[in-house]
Ligand binder design. Structure first.
Ligand code: URA
Length: 157
């Protein structure tokens, strides 16, 4: 399993989909090419990676990186809820459609990204999954501006 990693007092939690191959080997979330995109965007906006907490909807790598099934998500749901309950972040940043579907029951990242959504007394901020921006300059620019928005939201409380 690849558990979440980061600051137990983080003001931001990032939630991705599932560990990929590199994450499975290293036992840490977002340490492959998508992770590098996330780290770079954080660094550009003055957010130290070890100041936040990074996790995934499911904690084990699905074979061949397929999208996690409903029962896999269900098996891991309690872990994710506990991570959020213990850390009590100011903002939960949901990365991509799979995470958004699992956490908020809605996809359509393109429609809802870049702004705060309040649900069950928690604040969620949606943006693209960093893997989606690797070969798409337009999405990459939007992702970076979303992370800049997120950094400002946290700075100003
Ligand atoms: N993609 C994810 O959704 N999570 C990771 O940890 C790595 C890549």
């Amino acid at each position: 399993a690849v558990p979440g990693k980061g600051n137990p007092k983080a003001r931001i939690i990032f939630i991705g989909e599932a560990p990929g191959r590199t994450e499975d080997i290293k036992g840490e979330p977002f340490v492959g090419s998508a992770g590098k995109k996330l780290s770079d965007a954080l660094a550009k906006n003055g957010i130290a990676r070890d100041s936040v907490y990074i996790t995934n909807v499911v904690k084990c790598r699905p074979p061949n990186n397929r999208v996690p099934t409903e029962s896999e998500r269900e098996s891991c749901r309690q872990y994710l809820e506990s991570e959020i309950d213990i850390i009590k972040p100011e903002i939960i940043c949901v990365l991509g459609n799979t995470a958004s579907n699992s956490v908020l029951g809605q996809g359509e990242i393109t429609k809802h990204r870049g702004k705060i959504i309040e649900k069950d007394g928690k604040k969620f901020f949606l943006t693209f999954h960093p893997a989606a921006i690797i070969y798409n300059q337009e999405l990459a620019a939007t992702f970076e501006s979303d992370i800049a928005t997120l950094a400002k939201l946290v700075k100003h409380g």
